[in-house]
Design a binder for this molecule. Structure first.
Ligand code: GAR
Length: 194
């Protein structure tokens, strides 16, 4: 049986799209995306789910998320640009079953307040010459769970937060998120079959 994935989103959903494309291209053979949950009703990610024929919902509370995750028998939760921090109560229910993509090389520029463009603003104002992206397990510490995959990306002269964000997405996020998803799905599938 394939590992059943729910993807949690809040915005544009380019990382969700990378997962959908990977699944179509055969690069995510151990999992299927069965549900997309958005924290916002106006997230473009919801359009992407619709176009791909994936069921979606807008959830405002963790109780609503929990009910859906249980009902749909979800095995793996992927945070793909999800802009709320999940409570310790919630993360404790799913050890090694929630993963997140973060747009920096953790432990740099991560934790509370570091999300979206703010991460790249911080990297540029610090003056780092290399940044990147990280996929990690989610626990009760924001961006503090075990690292699964990372990929480095060069900062270039003249970068703005926007140009850096685009390069990090293209060269790192959209590459390592589907890869990490497959690693986790294969692991869960194997554990179930053992
Ligand atoms: C991505 O860059 C993702 O890494 C980041 O938000 C963006 C969402 O884009 N996530 C965080 O900052 C989480 N702390 P998307 O909606 O197009 O995937």
């Amino acid at each position: 049986m394939l590992t059943r994935i729910a993807v949690l989103v809040s915005g544009g959903g380019t990382n969700l799209q990378a997962l959908i494309d990977a699944r179509r291209a055969g690069a995510l053979p151990s999992g299927e995306i069965v549900l997309v949950i958005s924290s916002r009703a106006d997230a473009y990610a919801l359009e992407r789910a619709k176009s791909a024929g994936i069921e979606s919902a807008v959830c405002k509370t963790e109780d609503e998320i929990l009910a859906l995750i249980t009902e749909k028998k979800i095995d793996l939760i992927i945070l793909a640009g999800y802009m709320s921090i999940l409570s310790a109560d919630f993360t404790a229910r799913f050890p090694q079953r929630i993963i997140n993509i973060h747009p920096s090389l953790i432990p740099a520029f991560c934790g509370k307040g570091y999300y979206g463009l703010h991460v790249h603003e911080a990297a540029l104002s610090y003056g780092v010459k290399v940044t990147g992206a990280t996929v990690h397990y989610v626990n009760e510490i924001p961006d503090g769970g075990k690292i699964i995959l990372q990929k480095a990306v060069d900062v270039e002269p003249g970068d703005t937060p926007e140009t850096l964000q685009q390069r990090v997405m293209r060269q790192a996020e959209w590459v390592i998120l589907p890869r990490a998803a497959e690693l986790c799905c294969a692991k869960i599938k194997k554990e179930r079959e053992a």
